[in-house]
Write a protein that binds this ligand. Structure first.
Ligand code: SF4
Ligand code: FE
Length: 477
């Protein structure tokens, strides 16, 4: 297993092509635009060696029986699935933000069972190939980006119907050595500080979309790959400290648009190529695993929001007011409801034919659907309790300024014994964690709400519900 510092050093050896603000980034690891995301992902390595997290963050490989980082593990019991959720909440309580490594983790688990089932039905040899790759990932303790989402162009059209065929990643050429891919993957969480990307199709496919039904693993610095880093609400504050709110770990995952321009992938790294009937199954497996997570990581993030909001109430001298206590209770209720959903879909997990465990997909989708609503409500309550200063505070430079600094200090005081700086710090943390970028991640991360509703309807067995109701109502037919 890699230690945190070894993970950070391993990133320095990558020769990635990354652009941000119109410039090529040469030293990503030490750049303040990227460093918080590196620090957050590093936590998944550090905690494997920390007695606080070791139990949750490590696991035993079912392949080698060696101790490995859980982020490279294939779940082999419902207990494994529950430990995953507990691990995510524990890490999120330390970072207060996304630590990115779950997407590739979920991709590994989805591909493990789907390649097995594909081989069973089609006589292909993807599973052994995938297991060989998994061994390599476990041995080297790699961080993988889960590269599912394509840009998608006109959403009413299928991949092969798009005016520009590259709006979904597709195979443009193949020979006995491997395949060549073209297209792009969007919203790539943590990709610029990952080692590899796991490419998967973004939607169910028909026969005409055969070239788009492709899954494979590619190093993030392979020739032909360009990453264009996304903006965040706070990124112009990255050279200061207090105004960032969470200077050490940042906001959400640090997403990028990753362009693939005729990227070569050798056959030993290809896990689906043209088996379009399995594209939908892979998407469903991956999406359900990723939706399982959100009551864990967002549960941990909400713990910090609740802690910050309660602290702010104390700093404002209103912590005993009954309406404040009621709002904090509501925030806790919502947070624990999210967590309960993640635990439930894990506890109800079951073995697939490969032996790997899968979550209850209905409960996992309900959990993520709740996240798209409850996080907004948690943040609304936090804003309500914290007060308007989270939107109107002067900058850190003004607080430090010889002339206006004393005014900021004098007029932003709250309850006796609390420094203005501490009050400003907690307000900035709340602003960071409850603002636009963080909220949109809760809405669209792991799939937009409508994607969950489609799955909810599909999984809910309405026919049974109708039968039970008609029986009770005395309807014979
Ligand atoms: Fe993991 Fe949560 Fe980030 Fe997704 S949003 S990668 S589940 S921490
Ligand atoms: Fe996410």
């Amino acid at each position: 297993m890699k230690r945190g510092d070894e993970y950070v050093e391993s990133l320095r050896t990558l020769r990635m092509k990354v652009y941000a603000f119109g410039e090529r980034i040469t030293n990503l690891v030490d750049d303040p635009l990227f460093r918080p995301h590196v620090n957050a992902a590093r936590m998944t390595y550090d905690l494997a060696y920390d007695p606080v997290g070791e139990d949750l963050v490590t696991a035993t490989s079912h392949l080698t029986k060696k101790k490995i980082n859980r982020f490279t593990h294939i779940h082999h019991s419902a207990g494994d699935l529950v430990r995953k959720v507990k691990m995510l909440r524990m890490i999120a309580r330390r970072t207060g933000t996304c630590f990115q490594r779950c997407v590739g983790f979920d991709g590994l688990n989805a591909l493990y069972s789907v390649t097995y089932e594909m081989d069973q039905e089609l006589g292909t040899e993807y599973h052994q190939r995938f297991v060989n790759y998994l061994l390599y990932v476990q041995e080297n303790d790699l961080m993988l980006a889960g590269s599912m989402t394509d840009p998608k162009g006109d959403r009413s059209l299928k991949p092969h119907q798009q005016a520009d065929p590259d709006l979904y990643v597709h195979v443009v050429r193949q020979n006995e050595k491997g395949i060549w891919l073209r297209g792009a993957k969007a919203h790539q969480t943590g990709i610029v500080n990952s080692h590899e990307m796991l490419v998967m199709p973004t939607t169910a496919m028909g026969e005409e979309d055969k070239d788009y039904a492709v899954a494979c693993a590619i190093p993030v610095d392979a020739p032909g790959i360009t990453h264009i880093f996304g903006r965040q609400t706070n990124d112009e504050r990255k050279r200061g400290e207090i105004d960032q709110g969470n200077a050490l770990f940042g906001i959400v995952g640090g997403e990028a648009l990753t362009v693939l321009e005729d990227v070569f992938v050798p056959w030993e790294r290809v896990f689906m190529c043209g088996e379009y009937r399995f594209a939908g199954l892979l998407v469903e497996r991956f999406a359900s695993y990723h939706r399982q997570n959100y009551g864990g990581c967002k549960g941990g993030v909400s713990d910090i929001i609740i802690g910050a909001t309660t602290t702010m109430a104390e700093y404002n001298g209103v912590e005993k007011a009954s309406h404040i206590r009621d709002k904090i209770a509501e925030m806790i209720h919502l947070t624990e409801s999210l967590y309960a959903g993640s635990i439930a879909c894990s506890a109800e997990g079951y073995a697939t034919s490969s032996g790997a465990y899968f979550v209850d997909p209905l409960l996992a989708n309900v959990t993520k659907q709740n996240v798209t609503r409850f996080i907004y409500e948690i943040c609304r309550l936090s804003h309500d309790v914290a007060g308007g200063l989270i939107a109107t505070l002067p900058s850190e430079q003004d607080l430090r300024h010889p002339e206006v600094g004393p005014y900021v200090d004098k007029y932003f005081r709250g309850a006796a014994g609390v420094s203005s700086e501490d009050r400003i710090r907690i307000a900035r943390l709340i602003e960071n964690m409850t603002g636009g970028t963080a909220l949109a991640e809760s809405m669209h991360g792991a799939g937009s709400p409508q994607a969950q509703r489609v799955m909810i309807l599909r999984q809910a067995n309405l026919a049974h519900k109708k039968t039970w109701a008609r029986k009770l109502a005395g309807i014979k037919s």
